[in-house]
Ligand binder design. Sequence first.
Ligand code: FE
Ligand code: CA
Length: 531
Amino acid sequence: MGERNMRELLASSLTRRRFLASASAFAGLALISQLPASTASAAPRFGGNPFTLGVASGDPRPDSVVIWTRLALDPFNGGGLPSRRIPVRWVLASDDQMRTIVRRGTAVASPELAHSVHVEVAGLEPNRPYWYQFLAGRELSPVGRTRTAAAPGTALDQFRFAFASCQDWQNGFYPAYRAMAEEDLNLVVHLGDYIYEYGPREGAPRQHLGPEVQTLDEYRNLHALYKSDRFLQAAHAAAAWAVTWDDHEVENNYAAAISENPGEDPVQFLRRRAAAYQAYYEHMPLRASALPNGPDMLLYRRLTFGNLAEFSVLDTRQYRSDQPCDDGLKPRCAAALDPAATMTGPEQERWLLAGLGQSQARWNIIAQQTMFAQFDFLAGPGQGGGPSQAFNLDQWDGYVAARNRILGFVQQRQPSNPVIITGDIHSSWVHDIKADFDNPASATLATEFVGTSISSDFPAQFIAPVRAALPDNPHTKFFDGTFRGYVSCTLSPQQWRSDFRVAESILDENAPVRTLASFVVENGSPGAQRV
Ligand code: FE
Ligand code: CA
């Protein structure tokens, strides 16, 4: 299959023996010929296949897509490669047998970026699948499938994507990704908690290999552990992804330069953040615009698919103000209403609203991390003079003024069909987004779908209290805390459909995956209806 055709490609330009003797003899290997002789004089010989972490693609545009891999022979221990630049050839074909190569080139895997490779392949045709493969030395990668975006404004009848979040390795396996890899998707959106920074947990179905991560090497090894999962690799190889992070890619509930550990020096924490961000970049199919600069990394961005879908992908950790009222699940204090409090930072907020205001797309998706809708977790009226409400202050409920600014903009400017997609809370929810959550008669302005975790835990003892609080939150149309999975979305000009796909178990990677519930949103009519 792919391997045979890659070998035929090699044979067509040079004999196999000459290839082994000198990679720089290849026609078209401009990058290799520019390398110092010591690094480029011979094709590297590996003691095994270095594509242990699979392949990925991402951030599709009408004419380009990023393809990614990372060379690692000993992936959980620093990679096991010599500390020098290694040429990696890549090809992109218009067919799944890799017969018709339409683009090819050579990238450099450098030790500074953990021998990762990010190629922005340009000059492609819009809205069509492509297949890609890497070659290092004599070793071939698996073949990945990707797809370019439809050009903005192009009429699209359908767009299919899945979204996922929260894949704690130590809580179980990824049957959800096995099922996702079998779907035919234009895009996969990952909303964060791709890794969890914690040390080993006793009794876990599978364990982290070292203590809580702090250094660049430790974050790299942890990303490599997650990327070693065969079903996560399959899901990456099956479709283009758009990724964003939440907190655990760095540290639980951090906010900008503020650690969750009280008293931790922000300068020290930013060093940790820089290590975490760099390892994240190295392991994701991101464009060079996301290349980290010390502790800073530009991750928020916009992706457009014809006239049908536009994604504003947010970063609500890097620029946020500290959680108010000392964080937690509790009644709001005044700080939760502070107009200066922010999830996005002012610059990203302006960018978000400007994009929503200008969008020509039918469905405008805000892809972000924590629950946007208000949710009062305390059932019933206050007892014995106690509080009657409790909010999760790490969510938008702790940043009420920032949420109201977005809602005010939506109400006034009426962008077409705003839909918020969310992760973080390890459970499935559907909300009508109200102009005033305390007034059920107020206008419904948008729809929110919160996807459950791929594997991370939702403690069973939380399920009954949330269910009991549902009558206090009439804008919440659905809640399930029992199952892990992902959400599969099918968009047409007339309708949005979300299918909550769940695994029967995460203790068996081959557990069946089924649709737990489905909801639709009709064009021009915000709010979800169960079907
Ligand atoms: Fe999580
Ligand atoms: Ca989280």
